[in-house]
Structures are given as structure tokens and as C-alpha cells.
Ligand binder design. Structure first.
Ligand SMILES: [Zn+2]
Ligand SMILES: [Zn+2]
Length: 396
């Protein structure tokens, strides 16, 4: 058990590290209401954005050479995200690392693909289903640059990541709209969100990564929801992509019609777990994608999905159950790992009016609910009847 002071020191270290990688040509203004990060930001000078970028000279020829390919692996990590990007220049990027339990499987999948160094590690936002396995990844590989949005939370999962970053002597660069990760002629990687610096929902802090190789492009949206999508549209950044990693596991809180129209993907990937407690992907999202003629891949049905681009054409491969053992029936039975717990016996449940999720009173997420968003239910049934969905961490 870490001491409170040690945890605070870690978070402070995170803030300072993030500030060190902060861009001075930021599109987000600093006169927003002050979060902790903001307060410190105003006292620490920022470095120019070029510090965030690769110093490698750009390729002489902007056209991709035919034999070098970009591979994007959407790992089957259940109700979570983890995406391995293998660039044609030999570098690797990992965007998210699944839940805490997924750390070892993410590590072994990457090793099976010959990865020994992750040049760019992106934690889209500090929710467990995105950064849970990141501490394992940081310890297992040689790590280049770490990118995260400038937001903190007090969960054990987040502290574990900060601790691993600190142990390795790494720094965290700010992931936000306008930051370029890589620009080598035919290969360009940049963030198109978060555009702002003040969000109520951690999901809207999601770093959204756009990868362009030749005439093909990928957009990895984390859990960005409608608010962030609107801001990306307003920013007039290039959002077009052949492959869209659908926001927030296919929740109806993401993938607005205007955003989908702007991205205009040919393929969509929904990173989602069988038997998930949220009803993801939501049928509204599936209908929108179907109406737009988008071909949808789902990690709960297709397992790990790998896209290969030669800069002109994209091919898709479904690896099936390469990472997670599949359920005998993925059609909606209860996961064998779900703990069997009595319902309604622990003095009620706590709901979050904002996220519409409900928790056991002792869940760490319940502790994070702002007082004005807090609602109590006597029974599980009452919460469900009110339209709340169970938290997947405490599984009420
Ligand atoms: Zn998520
Ligand atoms: Zn999230």
C-alpha cells in the first residue's frame, strides 16, 4: 500500500512531466477554469512543440515504397482497447493496453509480433479499460515517447502507470489536438483531439490519433464522445479515414452522424467484449454504420483484427481467438469469470447521473462520482429500471 504522500508526489511528477512536453502553439487556451494541472501550468514555462516531435529527417520520397507496409492490429482485449501500429519505417506505436488483467496478454501478443521497442506509447485517457495494462507494457519493453492527455485521476490503475513511467525514467508528453507524432513524407501521425482542456467526462479527454500512410488513413478515437467529435469537426482538422476505430466501444454516446460523415470510413472496428455490461455496441451505432455502408469488424466476434496498408490498398485479416479464450457461446451467456455475488445485500447501489452507470458502494468508481451526479438505489432492479447500467469493475 502506497502512502498518500507518495501518491501525491507521483501525480505531481506526472503533471510536471506532462508540462515539460507541452506545446506552446497550443490551440487550447489556458483561461479555462482551473484544474490542478492548469494551476501548475501557469507557473511553468512551456517548451516549444518541436520538442514533442521526432528529429528524424523526413523521407526524401513522399510516395510509399511498395514492399513496406503499415500494420494496425486491433487486439482482442475484451471490453477494452489496445491497438498495435507497426509503421513501415520499422517503428511501433501502441495505443492503449487493455484492462489491468490484459497487461500480460498484450505484452505476449506484441512479443509474438517481434516487437521489442514501443517508440510511441499512447494512453488515450485514464480509464482502466485503456491504461490498465500499460504498467506491464512499460516494464516489458524499451519505450520511446509516452503520450497522455493532460488530465489526472486518483485511481490505483493510474498511479500504477505513473509509477512505471517514473521507474523507467520516462517523461509524458501531452496528447492533444495539433501535436504531430511523426511526419516522414508519406507517413504522418498526429492527434486531432482533445481540442479543449476542460471536460466533465474523462472519455472526452481521449487522445484521438490519425495515421496517414500514402493515400490510406486510420482514425483511433479512444472513448471520445459527441462533445469531442463536435470539437474535432469545428477544428477543421482532416478527419477522413478508411478505417475508424469506433468511439467508446460502439456506445450511442459517440459516432454522431456529422462525425461519421466527415470521417467517411470504409471499415469500422468496434473494440468490445462479449457479455459486456453496457450493451455495447449500441444498436443505434450499428444502424448508423450499416446505413453508411461501412463494413464493421468487432473484436468480440472476430477476435483480433489486423489491417495492412501498402499506402494505396488496405487488406483485413481476422485472427479470431488469438488472445482471449472464446466463450463456447459468445451470444450472451454470463462470462465464467464473473464473480457470483448476491444482489441487493450490501446496502444499496450508487449511480452516476452523468455516466448512467451504477456501482457497489465500495467500488473505486463510486468514490469518484461528484456529489451533484450521485444517486442512490436500494436495489439493483431499481437501478436497472431507472436506465442505469452496471459498472464492469465492481459488477453490481
Ligand atoms: Zn473505454
Ligand atoms: Zn473511458
Amino acid at each position: 500500500m502506497m502512502k498518500r504522500s507518495a501518491i501525491l508526489a507521483l501525480i505531481l511528477a506526472f503533471l510536471l512531466a506532462v508540462l515539460a512536453g507541452c506545446s506552446s502553439s497550443s490551440t487550447s487556451t489556458s483561461d479555462q477554469p482551473a484544474a490542478n494541472a492548469k494551476t501548475i501550468a501557469s507557473t511553468v514555462p512551456s517548451k516549444p512543440q518541436t520538442d514533442n516531435q521526432e528529429s528524424r529527417p523526413p523521407a526524401a520520397n513522399p510516395q510509399p515504397s511498395g514492399d513496406r507496409v503499415l500494420k494496425v492490429h486491433f487486439l482482442d482485449v475484451g471490453q477494452a482497447d489496445s491497438i498495435l501500429v507497426q509503421f513501415p519505417n520499422g517503428q511501433n506505436m501502441l495505443v492503449d493496453a487493455g484492462n489491468n488483467d490484459d497487461g500480460p496478454v498484450v505484452v505476449s501478443y506484441l512479443k509474438s509480433k517481434g516487437v521489442s521497442r514501443i517508440d510511441y506509447l499512447v494512453g488515450t485517457h485514464p480509464h482502466e479499460d485503456h491504461i490498465g495494462g500499460m504498467d506491464n507494457v512499460i516494464r516489458a519493453f524499451d519505450i520511446g515517447q509516452v503520450y497522455m492527455p493532460r488530465v489526472t485521476t486518483t485511481t490505483k490503475t493510474f498511479e500504477d502507470v505513473l509509477l512505471a513511467v517514473k521507474e523507467k525514467g520516462l517523461k509524458i508528453s501531452t496528447a492533444k489536438a495539433g501535436v504531430t507524432v511523426l511526419d516522414q513524407g508519406s507517413l504522418k501521425v498526429n492527434f486531432v483531439a482533445p481540442c479543449g482542456s476542460n471536460y466533465e467526462d474523462l472519455n472526452n479527454w481521449s487522445a484521438v490519433t490519425r495515421i496517414q500512410y500514402g493515400s490510406t488513413a486510420f482514425l483511433l478515437t479512444g472513448d471520445a464522445e459527441a462533445q469531442s467529435e463536435e470539437e474535432m469537426l469545428a477544428s477543421r482538422a482532416n478527419l477522413k479515414a478508411d478505417v475508424l476505430k469506433v468511439g467508446h466501444h460502439g456506445s450511442s454516446s459517440s459516432t454522431t452522424p456529422a462525425f461519421l460523415k466527415a470521417v467517411a470510413p470504409k471499415y469500422a472496428v468496434i473494440s468490445v467484449g462479449a457479455w459486456n455490461d453496457y450493451g455495447h455496441p449500441h444498436k443505434e451505432t450499428l444502424a448508423k454504420l450499416a446505413n453508411a455502408g461501412v463494413q464493421v469488424y468487432r473484436t468480440d466476434r472476430d477476435g483480433t483484427v489486423v489491417f495492412t496498408s501498402d499506402g494505396k490498398n488496405i487488406t483485413v485479416e481476422k485472427l479470431g481467438s488469438t488472445i482471449r479464450p472464446r466463450a463456447p457461446d459468445a451470444g450472451g451467456v454470463v462470462a465464467p469469470t464473473a464473480p457470483v455475488t448476491p444482489t441487493g445485500s450490501k446496502g444499496g447501489y450508487i449511480g452516476n447521473k452523468n455516466s448512467k452507470k451504477f456501482h457497489r458502494p465500495d467500488c473505486r468508481w463510486a468514490a469518484e462520482i461528484a456529489p451533484q451526479n450521485r444517486v442512490e438505489f436500494k436495489t439493483r432492479e431499481e437501478a436497472v429500471a431507472a436506465g442505469y447500467v452496471p459498472c464492469k469493475v465492481c459488477r453490481p
